[in-house]
Write a protein that binds this ligand. Structure first.
Ligand code: GUN
Length: 290
């Protein structure tokens, strides 16, 4: 490949080490940040994420609280649990793992979380603070992408950035963060008329659509920086049977041949998401005791 690999795993280790330092500094003031993760149901991918979040939380010197509800849990049960965590002084961050079962209204649950404990940054108060340039808890995945971009490119101001995807979790907050760093931002999506031509204009491409290997090298401007947010499990015919492999939203080989730099999947954005979750939890705890 001609492009440089952006090693999110190595960078996330540095971020987690900084968080652990900050956490040990808070311990002298008697503060131990606590993160509560709520998992509803048995989705295997969500169980893997939740386990890994708990492990990293403890490694950073923080308290980890894991709460599980059955897939049949009612919205009222989940809201009662959120209320209990809002009131718990040992809990500084609350994360309700998404997606939730269909009988539960995600927006109602997110809206019930105390914005000061909303370490996902999904509450409308935090989304509004980010959109108006005020201090907010910022969604972890886009924050991780921004840190990787700044580390690789330095000052982002004036760069043409194209975000593919308009979700509340990644696309929209990513666009806000890039705008805050003075990029010229285009948000593209499934109805964008000529997606390839739009992406080809970009100095920075953020792919967050959830479509395996959709972005190909002929869409990428030579030298562009490509951040691949996708984590898609696809069949792996090379290995046969039921075997699968993880791929991003970008076709790695063709994109890497043209890009100036690119994140791999796995080992790119994924580890940064957890590192930023820990950072948000430490920030929420510091504010609670500030
Ligand atoms: N499911 C997939 N990504 C996320 C995330 O960042 N936060 C939560 N709460 N659920 C998710």
């Amino acid at each position: 490949m001609s492009g440089k690999l952006i090693d999110g795993k190595a960078f996330s280790e540095r971020v987690r080490a900084r968080v652990a330092d900050a956490v040990s500094g808070m311990a002298s003031a008697g503060v131990v940040p606590g993160l509560a993760v709520v998992l509803v149901g048995e989705d295997p991918a969500s169980q893997v994420y939740v386990r890994s979040k708990g492990k990293r939380t403890v490694e950073a010197g923080m308290r980890s609280f894991e709460h599980r509800l059955p897939a049949t849990a009612s919205q009222a049960e989940l809201l009662a649990m959120v209320e209990q965590l809002n009131a718990d002084p040992q809990v500084h961050g609350i994360l309700v793992q998404l997606p939730l079962p269909s009988q539960i209204d995600s927006a109602a649950v997110i809206g019930a979380i105390d914005p000061a404990k909303d370490v996902d940054g999904f509450h409308p108060v935090n989304a509004g603070l980010l959109a108006t340039g005020q201090d907010a808890l910022v969604p972890c995945t886009p924050l991780g992408c921004l840190l990787l971009l700044r580390d690789h490119l330095g000052d982002l101001s004036g760069a043409d950035a194209v975000v593919i995807g308009r979700s509340n979790i990644v696309g929209k907050p990513m666009a806000q963060l890039l705008l805050r760093d003075s990029c010229t931002v285009t948000v593209a999506h499934s109805r964008t008329r000529d997606l390839a031509a739009t992406v080809r204009r970009a100095d920075i491409v953020i792919a967050a659509v959830g479509r395996p290997e959709m972005v190909t090298g002929d869409w990428v401007r030579p030298g562009a920086t490509v951040i691949d947010v996708g984590i898609n499990r696809v069949p792996n015919p090379a290995k046969g049977g039921d075997s699968t492999r993880l791929v991003g939203d970008c076709d790695f080989d063709s994109c890497a041949a043209v890009a100036g730099a690119i994140t791999p999947v796995p080992g790119g954005v994924g580890p940064m998401t957890i590192a930023c979750l820990l950072a948000n939890t430490a920030v929420a705890a510091a504010r609670a005791h500030g």
